[in-house]
Structures are given as C-alpha cells and as structure tokens.
Design a protein around this ligand. Structure first.
Ligand SMILES: *[C@@H]1O[C@H](CO)[C@@H](O)[C@H](O)[C@H]1NC(C)=O
Ligand SMILES: *[C@@H]1O[C@H](CO)[C@@H](O)[C@H](O)[C@H]1NC(C)=O
Ligand SMILES: *[C@@H]1O[C@H](CO)[C@@H](O)[C@H](O)[C@H]1NC(C)=O
Length: 371
C-alpha cells in the first residue's frame, strides 16, 4: 500500500471510529480486489455482503433479464468493445460522483447484461482502444442522462477505496476481449484491476488484463485527483466513434524527464488544491483507427424521458468532420500531452476535443473524494 493510501486509510479509520458506526474493529473486510468469481457460475448475489463502516452493498451482482431495466441496481459491469461497455454512475437523478461513489450502478450500451442502458444521445464521441495491457474507452457524454449534475467534475471509481471494499462497494467487472484472450465472445474473464473516471461530461473506463503483471500499475488507483488526462492519456474526438489499437500508456504517475524515470506523488487533499501541473504526460501512440456511426453501434438505447427523439443516437456522430479515418490515423505522442495538437489535428472537432480534455485537469483540481 502506498503511503498516500495508508495515510488515507488511517484518516478514514480515525474518522469512522469517532462516528462509532457498527463495524467490528477486529474484522478486516476481504479487499474487493481479492474476490475472484468466474462468470457467470460463481458470481454471488452480492460480492460484498458485509456490513462495514460504509454500510452494505447497495445493489447486487447477479444480473439477468429480470434486472434489465432503467431502475436496475446491477453492479456487474463489462468492457468488451466499442459497442458493448458499461460505465459506473449514480442510481438517482441529480447526483454527484463524489457523493454516490459507494453506490454507483452499471450503465451499459447493450441490453444483455441485466443493467440500465445509457440513454440514446448521451454518448457523444467514444474511442475504444486495445493495447497489449488493457482495453479502454474514453469519450464524451451528456452526463445528465446518467443521473449526474451537469457541472459535476466527478471522480474515480475503482475496486479499492480507503476501506478496500471498492467504489462502488461490491462492483465487479468482466470482459470477453482481454488482450491475452481472443475470439470467444461468450467467455468472460473477471477484471481484477480497473478504473473509471466520470465527470465534466467525459469518461474513461480502463480494464487491465489480469494476465499482465503490470495490471496494477496500468490501472493504478492512487491518482484520483488528477483525472483522465493523466490516468487515461488518449485522444478521443467529440462526435467520432472509433476503434483503435495502441501501445500501453506509461502507468499513471510514472513519467520520464531528462531521461530519468520519475514517480509523481499526489499531494494529500489536506494540502489543498493541486495548482501545479503534476508532470508532462506521454501520449501513447494509437493506430489502425476505424470509425463507426453511432446509429450502427447503439441500436437498443432508450430515449430518455422528456427528451426530444430528434436528439437520439442516430443524430450523433454522422458529421465527424476532418479526422483521418480507418488506418491512416497513426498518432504518436511527442510527450506534449493532450494540450498539444497533433499534425493531423487541425479541424474544429479536434480543437474542441483538446480543449475539453484539457479543462478536466482544471476541474479535477477541486476534486475531493476517496480513491
Ligand atoms: C436473476 O437475477 C435476480 C436478481 O439478482 C436473481 O434473484 C435471480 O435468481 C436471477 N435469475 C436467474 C435465473 O438466475
Ligand atoms: C465478437 O464481438 C465483436 C465485437 O462486438 C464482433 O465484431 C464479432 O463479430 C463477434 N464475434 C462473433 C463470433 O460473434
Ligand atoms: C461534445 O459535442 C456535443 C455535441 O456537439 C456538445 O453538446 C458537447 O458539449 C461536447 N462535449 C464537450 C465536453 O465538449
């Protein structure tokens, strides 16, 4: 455990003790990241049935056609492909990630996982990338359609947290498309290390291949305050839906400066907002990007209540102007990070993308929640 995590744990334990909530102090919960269940036969009704200082798991993990609805409390998520992934978000409208991280539910793009569906038109641009070590989706979302306040700058969900029970408590993640597996869409492998950044109308969900010894580093969970730009360096374009291949990013917090490999230490929240740029992030190269129409990808998403059907998924992503399509778009990182424009990035959509991703760092300065 890092000193950051340890000091947070100690602070959390101290705060919890003073609240005198009902947890047997001699019992240590099994860390969520140590709970392994084959899918679907071993998945329990709740991965975290304990009653701890943060209460009990709010939802459940056995999800099927009877739990497939927009009030579902399913907490089993998937990241398979551009057309088949889930994000964690709040169960009730008008929420913030910071206040609901313990109880997030899965919002998915396919009606086959027993979860809520991300409403039509919410996804505005998504990049799915497969690297040797992980799968990742990053992109743009109207987060009000998944129960978040319009201006919520959000935070990080991961299977750790100060009490090691995860955010959400008991949340499980599976994939049928991990780099070390291939071909069989019906075989799902539990992802042990993953992280999901939600907020500022953007998201990153990354699942690290458990077969890769670097998984804990690539899906590091201790840099919750510095956002997608550092944890998921990538170049999604608002309005574009694409599948890419790519190289691994440098693990969050690890960077090279003057030829020396350095480790960033995220300051504790008690020291106030992070006002100095943490470090210069290396943009990992992507290649063989293929674009899709969102109307071909997300066919089963419900129109949100009260919304005009004209803003449905089919209206989005058809005008992706300018970006090189399929195969030609190899982008290598120069180390300048998402604030720099690549040679091909001269169109309006990319300018929007870059400024939007750049603002997340600013927004996350103020973030204050448990990793
Ligand atoms: C479907 O999911 C519900 C809720 O988790 C569970 O109670 C039920 O047993 C499941 N049904 C089947 C057939 O697995
Ligand atoms: C597996 O899933 C991928 C992504 O959705 C799809 O392109 C492919 O056709 C599927 N394979 C089979 C055999 O269904
Ligand atoms: C993405 O594009 C949509 C549609 O043009 C726009 O409403 C939204 O504000 C953009 N998102 C960001 C974060 O720039």
């Amino acid at each position: 455990m890092s000193s950051v995590a340890l000091s947070r744990l100690l602070a959390f334990v101290a705060a919890s003790a003073s609240l005198a909530l009902a947890q047997d102090p001699t019992s240590t919960p099994t860390p969520l990241a140590d709970k392994h269940f084959n899918y679907p036969d071993q998945v329990p009704y709740q991965a975290d049935p304990d009653n701890g200082v943060r209460g009990t798991q709010s939802g459940f993990n056995i999800c099927n056609s009877t739990t497939q609805n927009q009030d579902s409390l399913c907490q089993t998520a998937f990241l398979d492909f551009l057309d088949d992934f889930c994000l964690w978000s709040a169960p009730k409208p008008d929420s913030t990630i910071g206040e609901t991280e313990h109880e997030e539910v899965a919002w998915c793009t396919q009606p086959k996982h027993g979860t809520r569906l991300i409403p039509a038109g919410a996804l505005q641009g998504v990049q799915f990338i497969k690297t040797p070590g992980y799968l990742q989706v990053t992109g743009f979302i109207d987060q009000t359609k998944i129960n978040l306040q319009a201006d919520d700058f959000g935070g990080e969900l991961d299977p750790h947290g100060a009490d090691l029970r995860g955010n959400p408590l008991g949340g499980l993640v599976y994939s049928n498309n991990l780099p070390s597996k291939s071909g069989d869409n019906n075989t799902y492998t539990q992802v042990i290390e993953w992280h999901n950044f939600m907020g500022s109308n953007q998201f990153c969900m990354k699942v690290c291949d458990p077969a890769d010894p670097q998984a804990p580093q690539l899906c590091q969970h201790i840099y919750d305050r510095i956002g997608v730009q550092y944890n998921c360096p990538s170049q999604p374009t608002n309005g574009t839906f694409e599948v890419c291949e790519g190289e691994n990013q440098d693990p969050p917090g690890i960077f090279t400066s003057n030829g020396q490999v350095m480790t960033y230490t995220q300051p504790p929240e008690s020291l106030g907002a992070i006002t100095i740029q943490p470090y210069t992030v290396r943009m990992p190269a992507s290649s063989n990007c293929v674009t899709f129409q969102s109307s071909d990808l997300y066919k089963a998403l419900p129109t949100p209540s009260g919304a005009s059907s004209a803003s449905g998924a089919s209206a989005i992503g058809t005008g992706a102007s300018g970006r090189p399509v399929s195969g030609s778009a190899t982008r290598t990182g120069s180390g300048a990070g998402p604030t720099a424009t690549g040679a091909a990035d001269t169109n309006a959509a990319n300018t929007l993308k870059i400024s939007a991703f750049a603002t997340v760092f600013g927004a996350l300065f103020a973030a204050a929640f448990l990793s």
